[in-house]
Design a protein around this ligand. Structure first.
Ligand SMILES: N[C@@H](CCC(=O)N[C@@H](CS)C(=O)NCC(=O)O)C(=O)O
Length: 273
């Protein structure tokens, strides 16, 4: 078993509610690795601090430092942790088993964008709509990546009716369907052990739950519903996800998202028709 001294030298730049950071915290918790956490306040734009961007030129969290070496990208970080600290493995030892896990984590990297779309279209949009049109434009005009900037512009202007939301809901439904099939064959996504394939999705599901979007999988995907309940029952869920999310954020998400669920359900019906 890993001990704190084995894990000494691990520094994680993260943010409390950021789903990609939570994904890495969950891998650390599953592996019993302690780390020094350094919070990056995304709302204040600390990800754009030139010193932080020297570590992570994409200006996103998470970033891991291990004995001074810099590792970015949550999926790569989790694989690195599993390689660098081999006890309590989160991938099978054999090549085929590892390929199966990798297939999931590769797909999950594309799913992150859908979580971002749903969060922005429901909660961030609600907050921004309280501001003046000039302030709204300022929010997305400052985004350095032109594709990301355009996506934000459209999401904020078009809301839940945006084709970007339809596309996200379609991709999510396809992902749930793939999960449902896999979970018909084994207890966890890549076999009978909990692996990085599962770790990569739990914080995404929790974000959708915070957005009052459980209806996207409940009833329609019973094996997925059961998988999520079992994942939430693991101690790593509380340690890596729940314990970091401030009650005020949960309340704010609930207050904004719950009344919008019927419109999300309608958009989902259209996306999956
Ligand atoms: N592919 C990256 C995505 C990282 C990412 O987008 N992180 C979000 C939080 S989940 C972030 O830092 N957003 C800040 C921003 O976009 O300004 C990873 O998996 O590490």
């Amino acid at each position: 078993m890993n001990t704190s001294s084995e894990a000494a030298g691990l520094v994680l730049y993260h943010a409390d509610t950021a789903v990609c950071a939570a994904k890495v915290r969950m891998a650390l918790a599953e592996k019993g690795l302690s780390f020094e956490g350094r919070m990056v306040n995304l709302h204040k734009g600390e990800q754009f601090d030139p010193d932080y961007m020297k570590l992570n030129p994409n200006a996103v969290v998470p970033t891991l430092l291990h004995d001074g070496a810099v590792i970015t990208e949550s999926t790569v970080i989790n694989e690195y942790l599993d390689d660098a600290f081999p006890s309590r493995p989160l991938r099978p030892a054999d090549a085929l088993g590892r390929a199966r896990v990798h297939l999931w984590t590769k797909k999950e990297d594309t799913i992150h964008d859908t979580i971002n779309t749903m969060t922005a279209s429901i909660v961030f949009r609600h907050d921004l709509m309280q501001k003046t049109p000039e302030e709204r434009v300022k929010r997305y005009a400052g985004i350095p990546d032109p594709a990301k900037r355009e996506k934000w512009r459209r999401m904020l202007e078009e809301g839940l009716e945006s084709a970007i939301v339809t596309d996200a809901l379609y991709k999510l439904a396809k992902h749930f369907s793939d999960m449902e099939k896999a979970l018909g064959k084994s207890a966890w996504l890549a076999g009978d052990a909990f692996t990085l394939a599962d770790v990569g999705l739990v914080s995404f599901f929790y974000r959708l739950e915070m957005l009052a979007c459980e209806g996207l999988w409940r009833e329609r995907f019973p094996a997925v519903t059961d998988w999520y309940a079992r994942a939430k029952a693991r101690p790593s869920f509380k340690a890596a996800i729940l314990d970091y999310i401030p009650q005020a954020a949960l309340d704010n998400y609930e207050r904004i998202s719950r009344p919008l669920w019927p419109r999300v359900a309608q958009a989902n019906a259209k996306a999956t028709a």
